[in-house]
Design a protein around this ligand. Structure first.
Ligand code: GDP
Ligand code: MG
Length: 441
């Protein structure tokens, strides 16, 4: 695949903005990558379409090809889709005893994940957890959970032979209340495929337990099937999140994207092995990298962007040290200051400026003033911004009026620009801009 991509990217080497053709050509390869990662066809299609719109016309970073740029855009978009809202790995388990319902197909990893999650809740969150197996179809399944419980030091509901899942759920609820548990987890039975009996059973359990979280446990190696499974469980039972298991395998994890797209529900955790501590909070960037399988290209583009930023900073520094500090530069500085917590915050970080910063803070020089100053600069023409020395009375009047301020305000800004320009020049001479660089970092 990378060879094929290399070929495509060699052909696309012109710079500037991404054309429709650039985007289409690169996305054809991305589509193949998604399908190879087991993303379901309709989801891949839909995703590509959304990216196509976003990418067309986007800027291309110097020294990367349009194709590479498209891959980076795809990568970022993937992360966005995978992330969704909310804190990753968070669970609604306030108001004890909070029920967590585990659902999914047989062999997906429900029982293992139930125990892993119980261990995590116990160890990381200090919760007292009770686990109950509702899998009456396979007697060994109840034993399996009990053994895991002993292993990790988490209580399991005693097994009573002949009880049905709803009765077990009720008993777990009662026991959790009496025993002072924070959380009780219901590990349901699965089937090899979705059928009416299974759904009806899970539904009945859901209705008695009223779960705070209903987690669908899905084998991350299943691609197309995962969509179908997620769709069905979400429609019928209503899931609150997904756990993707077997992500320790060599699968590319396309199921993650498919399920996010189809259900819109968050992926909360991933299973990374059979051991009890092999459960991690879902990290979208990691999965995005796997799904796309073009990590080299992504990091190449990121590096190019960083290099470009460094070059721009270097060039700026050179100009500053020659005393070329115009209104565009000042505007950038002002915007940076707002970002960094205002004038006071920024200056207090500069060597020897802490006192001046405090004085400015005391004098009430804050974000509002910074924004007014930026408004004044906005009110200037391109030429005026580049050469503020050309400002005479009539221009000044026009600019001040445009920003809804007084000429005296503009004069203050001009004075500031001159002072900054002088200061930058001096700092530039001292140690080849070393101090300036430090201050701007
Ligand atoms: P259930 O039928 O849904 O309850 O599935 P189980 O929890 O019994 O898991 C079925 C098999 O998958 C077991 O052998 C587990 O050890 C294994 N398994 C579960 N989760 C993972 C995982 O994240 N990685 C790997 N490699 N194996 C897992
Ligand atoms: Mg099981």
């Amino acid at each position: 695949l990378s060879e094929r991509l290399g070929g495509v990217f060699d052909r696309l080497t012109k710079q500037g903005a991404l054309s429709e053709d650039d985007v289409k050509t690169a996305l054809r390869e991305v589509r193949v990558a998604l399908l190879e990662a087991d993303v379901s066809l309709p989801v891949a299609r839909q995703f590509i379409k959304a990216v196509e719109k976003k990418a067309t016309g986007a800027a291309v970073t110097k020294s990367v090809t349009p194709g590479q740029q498209v891959v980076k855009i795809v990568h970022d978009e993937l992360i966005g889709v995978l992330r969704g809202e909310g804190e990753p790995g968070s669970l609604k388990i306030d108001s004890p005893p909070a029920p967590i319902l585990m659902v999914g197909l047989q062999g997906g990893g429900k029982t293992t994940t139930t125990a892993k999650l119980a261990k995590r809740l116990k160890e990381r969150d200090g919760k007292k957890v009770l686990m109950a197996s509702l899998d009456v179809n396979r007697p060994a399944a109840m034993e399996q959970l009990a053994i895991l419980g002993t292993q990790i030091g988490v209580d399991t509901l005693p097994i009573i032979k002949g009880e049905d899942p709803v009765a077990i759920a009720k008993r777990a609820k009662t026991q959790a209340g009496l025993g002072g548990y924070d959380v009780y987890m219901l590990d349901t039975a699965g089937r090899l495929s979705i059928d009416e009996e299974l759904m009806a059973q899970v539904e009945a359990v859901r209705d008695v337990a009223n779960p705070r979280e209903t987690l669908l446990v899905v084998d991350g190696l299943t691609g197309q099937d995962a969509v179908h499974t997620a769709e069905n469980f979400d429609e019928r039972i209503g899931i609150s999140g997904v756990v993707l298991t077997r992500m320790d395998g060599d699968g590319r994890g396309g199921a993650a994207l498919s399920m996010r797209a189809v259900t819109g529900k968050p992926i909360k955790f991933v299973g990374l092995g059979e051991k009890m501590d092999a459960l991690e909070t879902f990290e979208p960037d990691r999965i995005a990298g796997r799904i796309l399988g073009m990590g080299d290209i992504v990091s190449l583009v990121e590096k190019a962007q960083q290099t470009l930023e460094a070059e721009q900073a270097e060039r700026m520094m050179k100009r500053f040290s020659k005393g070329q500090f115009n209104m565009n530069d000042l505007k950038m500085q002002l915007e940076q200051m707002i970002k960094m917590g205002g004038m006071e915050g920024m200056m207090s970080m500069m060597p020897g400026m802490a006192k001046a910063a405090k004085q400015m803070g005391d004098a009430g020089i804050d974000d509002k003033i910074l924004r007014q100053q930026i408004a004044l600069i906005h009110s200037m023409t391109k030429r005026e911004r580049a050469n503020p020395q050309i400002l005479q009375a009539s221009r000044k009047k026009r600019i001040a009026k445009g920003a809804g301020m007084e000429v005296s305000d503009l004069n203050k800004l001009l004075k500031m620009q001159r002072q900054m320009s002088d200061m930058m020049k001096k700092m530039g001479k001292m140690g080849k801009g070393g101090m300036l660089k430090q201050a701007m970092r």
